[in-house]
Design a protein around this ligand. Structure first.
Ligand SMILES: [Zn+2]
Length: 205
């Protein structure tokens, strides 16, 4: 058994029912305390979509984005929803989660719906977008903390090892600068901390 397979088995064994049920309620005050994630809070939104997004059958990776645009500035999920629906002509916001500059995590698309955030990779991925343009700015500490909290919960929920195959930047799958150089450069450390938080920091084999 290789290291990745072993880690996957460990995550599978440790998933708490509480994490699963909390995600299906939508609003979650905390994920399973197994994941040391008591502080995770998601601000729910109930956006109207031009057409109901399809249910996602598989979740094999989590794709990290920035909201981009010329300026590094905060954006609400509602603002992005309007842009994606009215300007891009999509059903509605393409991301599943938006992380605001102050660290608040907002719901975009339904947690179990097919997203619209990474061409050819939407059917089996979750899209998280940090508000800002990290080609010109840097994420706030609050954003990184919330991103890590969310990744701990999602990797636990979907039985994903937080490695360079499962927790990736948008530029890893599409031709884009997203999520910006400064956030992209932070991904290796973020993966390591998430792995540790999940209690999976095994020595390399
Ligand atoms: Zn992107």
């Amino acid at each position: 058994m290789n290291r990745r397979t072993f880690l996957k088995k460990m995550i599978g064994a440790a998933i708490g029912l509480s994490a699963l049920s909390l995600f299906s309620y939508g609003s979650m005050a905390s994920a399973s305390s197994k994941w040391n994630n008591d502080e995770l809070f998601i601000r729910e939104n109930d956006f109207e979509f031009a057409e109901e997004p399809q249910k996602r059958e598989d979740t094999n990776r989590i794709i990290i984005h920035h909201t981009g645009l010329p300026k590094d500035r905060d954006m609400t999920a509602a603002e992005i929803h309007k842009l994606h629906r009215d300007r891009n002509g999509w059903a509605g916001i393409g991301y599943h989660y938006v992380i605001r500059k102050n660290g608040i995590i907002e719901r975009g698309r339904g947690w179990n719906m097919v997203g619209a955030h990474a061409q050819h990779h939407n059917n089996d991925s979750v899209g998280i977008s940090l508000a800002g343009n990290f080609s010109v700015g840097v994420p706030t500490n609050a954003q990184i903390k919330s991103l890590e909290n969310l990744l701990v919960a999602l990797c636990g929920l979907y039985n994903l090892v937080p490695d360079e195959l499962s927790v990736i930047g948008h530029r890893d799958v599409n031709s884009t600068a997203c999520p910006g150089d400064s956030l992209y450069a932070m991904l290796p450390q973020i993966r390591t901390r998430v792995l540790k938080r999940m209690g999976l920091d095994l020595p390399e084999d």
